[in-house]
Design a protein around this ligand. Sequence first.
Ligand code: 5AD
Ligand code: SF4
Length: 485
Amino acid sequence: MYNEIDLDKIDLNVQPPTEEPARQYYYMAKCQEWVREFEQKNGHRPTAFTQTFGCQMNARDSEKIMGILKCIGYVETDSENSDLVVFNTCTVRENANLKLYGRIGQLKKYKKKNPDMVTVLCGCMMQEKEAVKKICTSYQNVDIIFGTHNIFKLAELLAMKILDKPSSKKVIIDVWDETAQIVEELPTERKYHFKSGVNIMFGCNNFCSYCIVPYVRGRERSRKPEDIIQEIKRLVSDGVVEVMLLGQNVNSYGKNLDKPVSFTELLKMVEQIEGLRRIRFMTSHPKDLSDELIEFMGQSEKLCHHLHLPLQSGSSRLLKIMNRHYTKESYLELVSKIRKAVPDIAITTDIITGFPGETEEDFNETLDVIKKAGYDSAFTFIYSKRTGTPAASMENQVPEEVVKERFERLLNTVQNTSAKKAAQYVGSTVYVLVEEKNTQEEGFVTGRTGQNYLVHFKGDESLIGQIVPVKLCESKNFYYYGEKQ
Ligand code: 5AD
Ligand code: SF4
């Protein structure tokens, strides 16, 4: 979030510093010099395009990437026909990888027109050796590859490409297996001026047996509470009213700090920040959701009444093989405990069907939990085999046609439950943070309720960034039509 770096004061006639983030400021200043030369030669500054695949963590990483690029002097564009293209990749399911290969291929035509165009691939998929190997052998138009652990090095890698080896066809690869390092004080760019994601931790220690995330994002590392608070204070003074605290499992925040701090303790500190109106967080692992947090959710004035609580499967037998450390019964108990403490809480979830060995009985247990938990919405996934995870080598993989049929039933059940849930709120007046102009309907704006429902209502752009009361008039399952009160 630190956007006040004065790059002009950096002496480029000396060796680059070895410590971070000073080293990156040095390279940003070097790249900035190159941008000035580019502008003189071409009459405009170089353009940059980033595309994010995957989750909220990646979206936040892309904001950091764009923050560095803008600090250097790049101008953001929304077209791949650009001087710099960054694909921030996802690999949680195999189709994410396949999509990326297609997108890299599509860039060839732009590179042909503009041979100096720089293509950067980064993020989770780049942590997979096989994927990087395939990219390097099949695509000649990629210039820089880095992973999830060293995003902060973008300026240094860019300097290597544009200053040291502009005509080299050799791809620069810098992928780290692990890191304990968290580099603070780098610039970021925000998609919205009034809300922002804030990383509170990186990595995951849970090793759910189907999931590749711990292998590509490394072990759990928490940021110091004082760094998080300082970042949020700066965001608030810059106009932010809502923050989303981000981590793969926020409930285990702070365990590895020198002075351990619980997630609830962190939330209590964030709640104190004056000017901040709303706090969200994502994602909660059911096994680590504490009574302390449930109690605080009931008391807090700023915590939004929305909890994303991935179920994955409703079968206790499968949950054990998935390494989730809870049962169907303990999950449902947790849900009722939360509802008791926070009656109007919206609960959303992630569900996988087709995990190896999933029987019809296991699947029916999942449908049963969906009905009993009363989810407001659910992300549903077909199990995807990820090489290197324990589940990938399990023998009893479920046939494709069986999974497809179950997925249809899963979707229907989720849609029915969500529709019933959404209908319950019709007629109530809720507070909506207005996010943008509605692109479909003239004269309408769109915002989110504390429970994370989308609401469209009549209003003009001046409302963007404000929290306003809106009556929910009509439910369309995933969104509402409302009227500003
Ligand atoms: N196959 C399908 N879905 C998966 N997820 C994680 N790994 C896989 C996989 N191999 C889902 C989980 C997780 C969400 C982010 O992605 O439901 O909560
Ligand atoms: Fe993957 Fe499980 Fe970690 Fe979530 S908690 S990122 S599903 S390993």
